[in-house]
Design a protein around this ligand. Structure first.
Ligand code: HSE
Length: 434
């Protein structure tokens, strides 16, 4: 039987998952591919720690160059994550004429132009299904299944850590800090959770998807990003009373002229499917001109789910190698000559409904001061709730749902409201996504 030779750089959680999958399902993969996928070299700085798998020690090296320059290796899998040395390793592999598979969304969000240009120059493929949504085949869907469709919007819960925290806060009435600590203890959240909870990981993922969906380069700094660290139990309880759940949402909408791309906590009606995607699950909803809405839900992280997406990319590239196909599909979904920069709408220009949570001094006249300023900015109020604080701290909570309003007006109004002496802390704003 023919074999396709693969080198792996990075033996962390996903790398171990890939090794396990090739060991466990190698026969089944060969039966489908008509060739074996042979892992011939594995590079990691630490090759002594027991990873709970059997690996022939002769395969292991601490020197990534042994993978990158081995003439027998057809496909290099990069699973070290981060910007460097991952970028250098990938570019070197490509320059050596090797195909690449990676799960590195941060790198692709920042350096896709450079990497895709290199793959075109050297006529090699790059697979990155595992970079967004773990086992959910969203990249394959956009590049292949929806190739005839004009995508109009992508809305997704693409960070399992943030979704786990929000779900647990909601289901078990626990504070953000308590849930985060528990998630870290269970290994669901990183020791430094900033990328996950502050929305940066989600921004990287929506940048990757938007590039493929609309054929535009994305500058990561053009994405408005707000995380979940200011979401309190009270926000979740108020949202619940109003018929909503709060999710960290990555949004990318294209009206044919301008792109609206952002990541922030969003209130989603409980009746909508995305509101019911809980725990570490991810979900991505695509809307287009042919099928309307399509939702893909699944495991967005973890050794075997994400590892399976990596191995699927390896098999797809192996199929191309075996039949001699080159450049079968452009990496960024569109032909290079058709990739054009689409202008991005500033967050101040969007319109929507808003949830505003004020912490105010409980005395007569406060409500009218706030509603007066909102009225001066053409912001209509749909409903108002006053709640005493669960933690019995200073002030009372005033929650308002607005009618459709301009974000610019909301921000200007909040700037004025937050400077009133009756306001105890910066007001929380959560956008409503109907
Ligand atoms: N840290 C990511 C998450 C998983 O929590 O969803 C990898 O993309």
């Amino acid at each position: 039987m023919k074999s396709v030779k693969v080198g792996l750089i990075g033996l962390g959680t996903i790398g171990v998952g890939v090794v396990k999958i090739l060991q466990k399902n190698g026969t089944c993969i060969s039966a489908r591919l008509g060739a074996s996928v042979e892992l011939t070299k594995i590079a990691d700085l630490d090759i002594t720690t027991d990873r709970g798998i059997e690996i022939d020690r002769k395969l292991l090296t601490t020197n990534a160059d042994e993978v990158l320059t081995d003439p027998d290796i057809d496909i290099v899998i990069e699973l070290i994550g981060g910007y460097e040395p991952a970028r250098t390793f990938i570019l070197k592999a490509i320059a050596q004429g090797k195909h690449v598979v990676t799960a590195n969304k941060a790198l692709l969000a920042m350096h896709a132009d450079e990497i895709f240009t290199a793959t075109e120059k050297h006529q090699v493929s790059i697979g990155f299904e595992a970079s967004v949504g773990g086992a959910i085949p969203i990249i394959r869907s956009i590049r292949e299944a929806f190739v005839a469709n004009r995508i109009e919007s992508i809305e997704g819960i693409v960070n399992g850590t943030a979704n786990y925290i929000l779900s647990k806060m909601s289901d078990e009435n626990l504070n953000f800090d308590v849930v985060l600590k528990e998630a870290q203890a269970k290994g669901f959240a990183e020791a430094d959770p900033t990328f996950d909870i502050e929305g940066i990981d989600s921004a990287h993922k929506i940048a990757v998807l938007s590039r493929l969906a609309y054929g535009t380069p994305i500058n990561i700094d053009d994405i408005y990003v707000q995380g979940i660290s200011r979401i309190s139990l009270e926000d979740i309880a108020c949202a619940h009373d109003l018929g909503y759940r709060i999710k960290l949402l990555a949004v990318s909408k294209f009206d044919g002229e301008v792109l609206d791309i952002r990541v922030h906590p969003a209130m989603i009606p409980k009746t909508k499917p995305l509101a019911n995607v809980n725990g570490v699950l991810n979900a991505i909803m695509i809307r287009d001109d042919l099928m309307g809405e399509n939702i893909l839900v699944g495991h967005g992280a973890g050794a075997l789910p994400t590892g399976s997406a990596v191995v699927a990319d390896v098999v797809e590239i192996a199929r191309n190698i075996l039949c001699g196909a080159k450049n079968r599909m452009p990496a960024q979904s569109f032909q290079k000559s058709q990739v054009k920069k689409i202008p991005v709408r500033d967050i101040s220009e969007i319109e929507g409904d808003y949830f505003l949570r004020f912490l105010v001094v409980d005395k007569p006249g406060v409500l009218s001061k706030i509603t007066g300023i909102l009225g001066d900015h053409q912001i209509g109020i749909k409903s108002v709730i006053q709640r005493h604080r669960d933690d019995k701290g200073e002030g009372v909570l005033l929650v308002m749902m607005t009618h459709r309003a301009q974000e610019k007006n909301i921000q200007e109004a909040l700037g004025k409201i937050d400077s009133l002496d009756v306001i105890c802390e910066k007001t929380v704003l959560i956008r409503v996504e109907e």
